[in-house]
Design a protein around this ligand. Structure first.
Ligand SMILES: *[C@@H]1O[C@H](CO)[C@@H](O)[C@H](O)[C@H]1NC(C)=O
Ligand SMILES: *[C@@H]1O[C@H](CO)[C@@H](O)[C@H](O)[C@H]1NC(C)=O
Ligand SMILES: *[C@@H]1O[C@H](CO)[C@@H](O)[C@H](O)[C@H]1NC(C)=O
Ligand SMILES: *[C@@H]1O[C@H](CO)[C@@H](O)[C@H](O)[C@H]1NC(C)=O
Ligand SMILES: *[C@@H]1O[C@H](CO)[C@@H](O)[C@H](O)[C@H]1NC(C)=O
Ligand SMILES: CC(=O)N[C@H]1CO[C@H](CO)[C@@H](O)[C@@H]1O
Length: 409
C-alpha cells in the first residue's frame, strides 16, 4: 500500500517535470556563443541556431540590443520545435557587394512555426552596391532576406534598410504573416523591392510600411491567397501582381486581396503587369479595395504591354489571361492626367473586371483626370470619377504612337 502510494507520487512528479520540460522556453543568446559588438556574428548565430534547432521545446535565439556585423548566414531546418529569432540589434551587412558573392545575405529555410521578431534593424548597407550597379560593374546584387519553405510562420517588428537588391524574397512558403514590417531604401535605389512573393500561399502583410526604389510588394507566379492590409507604400512603385508571362510554365496567381492601403507619391498604386509576346499564364481573383492614393502617377493600372526596357515585341500580345478583378473604393489624387489605365491584351482580353467607386482627381491644371482602356469591358458599379472606360468596347485608337520606354519598373 505504502509502496503503491509512493509510485503514484513519483508518477506525478515525473509528469510535472515532463510538462515543465515541454513548456520551457529555451533561450540562446548569441553573445554566449562568442558574438561581439561590431564584429561578424555569422559563426555565433549559426552555433546558437544549431543548438536551438535540436530543442524539442520552443526556443528563442536572442541577438541583443547593439550593433553587430553579419556577413552571410543561412539557417536551415527542419528543427525539432518552434523557433523564434529575436533580433533586437542593428545588423550590418558588409558594404562591399563583392563580399556576398553567393545569393542572399540572410537566408531562412525549411522551418515550421518560425517567428522573427525583436524590433531590430537589418541594414543591407546598399549604397556601394547601388553605385556599382549604376556603373554597370556589378550585374547581380545580393538580396538581403530570403524566406524559403517556411510554414505557419510570422515575421514581426522588423525593419530592413537599404537592401542591396530586393529587401525580402518569399519563396515556397505557406501561411506566412508579416506584421509591423518595414522596408526602407531611397526612391532612386535600383530594384530594392520591398517583398517579392512567389510560389507561396496564404501570405499576409499587414500594418506595414514600405518606402523603396521599386515595388513595395510584388507578387510572382504560382501564388495563392495573398492578403495585404493596412500597408503604406511610398515612395516606390506600388503594389504589383507581376510581371508575369516572362517564363514558360508559370503557374497561376489566384487570390490577391489588397485592402485598406495608402500610396503616397508612388509611381503606381495597384497594378497588374504582364509582358507582351509572353508565355501563357493566369491571373484571377484579384481585389483592390479601400485604397487611398496621394500624388500617385498611375493610381490604377493593368498593363499587359509592360516593357520597361523598351526591347519587347509589342506586336505579339501577352498570353496571360486576367479575370475576376474587382477595383472598389479608390480615392485621392493622381500626378498624371490619366489616372486609370486598363490596358488588356488583344490576345487574351480581360474578363470579369468589376470597377466600383473611384474618386481620383488630377492634381495638374490640364483638365480633369481621364481613363484609358483597351480590350476590356468592365462591369461598372457605383460612381466613377474619372469615367472609367467611357468608350469601352470601342476599338483602340488606330496605330498607337510608339510608347516611350518607361523608366519605371
Ligand atoms: C521565450 O523567451 C524569450 C526571451 O526570454 C521571450 O522574449 C519570448 O517571448 C519567449 N517565447 C515564448 C513563446 O514564450
Ligand atoms: C498559421 O500560422 C500561425 C502561426 O503563425 C498559426 O497560429 C495558425 O494556426 C496557422 N493557420 C493555419 C490555417 O494553419
Ligand atoms: C490573413 O488575412 C486574412 C484576411 O484578413 C485572414 O482571413 C487570415 O486569417 C489571415 N491569416 C493569417 C495567418 O493571419
Ligand atoms: C478600411 O477602409 C474603409 C474605407 O476607407 C473604412 O471604412 C474601414 O473602416 C477600414 N477598415 C479598417 C479595418 O481599417
Ligand atoms: C509628388 O511626387 C513626386 C515624385 O515622387 C515628388 O517629387 C513630389 O515632391 C510629390 N509632391 C508632393 C506634394 O508630395
Ligand atoms: C542575389 C539574389 O538572390 N537575388 C534575388 C533576389 O530576389 C529576386 C526575387 O525573387 C530574385 O530574382 C533575385 O535573383
Amino acid at each position: 500500500m505504502d509502496l503503491k502510494f509512493k509510485f503514484v507520487h513519483f508518477g506525478i512528479v515525473v509528469l510535472f517535470l515532463v510538462q515543465l520540460g515541454e513548456s520551457q522556453n529555451a533561450t540562446f543568446d548569441i553573445t554566449k556563443y562568442g558574438a561581439k559588438s561590431d564584429a561578424d556574428i555569422s559563426e555565433a548565430l549559426l552555433s546558437a541556431f544549431k543548438e536551438a534547432c535540436q530543442s524539442t521545446s520552443p526556443s528563442t535565439i536572442v541577438i541583443p540590443k547593439g550593433t553587430f556585423q553579419m556577413n552571410q548566414v543561412k539557417l536551415e531546418g527542419p528543427c525539432k520545435g518552434p523557433l523564434e529569432l529575436q533580433i533586437q540589434a542593428t545588423l550590418k551587412a558588409p558594404s562591399d557587394p563583392n563580399q556576398l558573392n553567393i545569393g542572399e545575405w540572410l537566408t531562412i529555410n525549411k522551418l515550421d512555426g518560425f517567428t522573427m521578431s525583436g524590433g531590430g534593424i537589418l541594414d543591407g548597407q546598399g549604397k556601394a552596391a547601388w553605385e556599382c550597379k549604376e556603373s554597370k560593374k556589378c550585374t547581380k546584387l545580393p538580396n538581403n532576406l530570403s524566406f524559403n519553405s517556411l510554414t505557419n510562420s510570422i515575421i514581426k517588428d522588423i525593419t530592413t534598410l537599404d537592401s542591396k537588391s530586393f529587401h525580402v524574397n518569399v519563396n515556397q512558403c505557406k501561411n506566412l504573416t508579416f506584421l509591423h514590417f518595414n522596408a526602407k531604401a531611397p526612391d532612386e535605389s535600383p530594384n530594392t523591392d520591398g517583398i517579392h512573393i512567389a510560389r507561396s500561399s496564404a501570405v499576409n502583410v499587414t500594418e506595414s510600411t514600405f518606402s523603396t526604389g521599386d515595388d513595395c510588394i510584388s507578387i510572382g507566379d504560382e501564388t495563392e491567397q495573398v492578403h495585404i492590409t493596412k500597408v503604406t507604400c511610398g515612395p516606390g512603385h506600388g503594389i504589383s501582381v507581376g510581371s508575369l508571362g516572362g517564363n514558360p510554365g508559370e503557374k497561376p496567381v489566384v487570390g490577391v486581396f489588397v485592402k485598406n492601403c495608402t500610396f503616397i507619391s508612388t509611381d503606381n498604386g495597384v497594378r497588374i503587369k504582364t509582358w507582351p509576346a509572353s508565355h501563357p499564364g493566369v491571373v484571377s481573383d484579384v481585389h483592390f479595395e479601400d485604397i487611398i492614393v496621394q500624388n500617385v502617377s498611375n493610381p490604377i493600372l493593368i498593363d499587359q504591354v509592360y516593357c520597361p526596357s523598351g526591347k519587347c515585341n509589342k506586336d505579339l500580345p501577352s498570353q496571360v489571361k486576367i479575370s475576376k478583378v474587382t477595383i472598389q473604393n479608390i480615392k485621392g489624387t493622381s500626378r498624371t492626367q490619366n489616372a486609370v489605365s486598363l490596358i488588356c491584351s488583344k490576345g487574351a482580353p480581360c474578363e470579369g473586371v468589376e470597377v466600383g467607386d473611384i474618386d481620383i482627381t488630377y492634381s495638374g491644371k490640364e483638365g480633369p483626370a481621364t481613363s484609358k482602356c483597351e480590350n476590356i469591358k468592365p462591369n461598372l458599379k457605383g460612381k466613377q470619377s474619372p469615367n472609367v472606360c467611357s468608350s469601352a468596347g470601342a476599338p483602340a485608337p488606330a496605330p498607337a504612337p510608339a510608347r516611350a520606354a518607361s523608366s519605371s519598373s
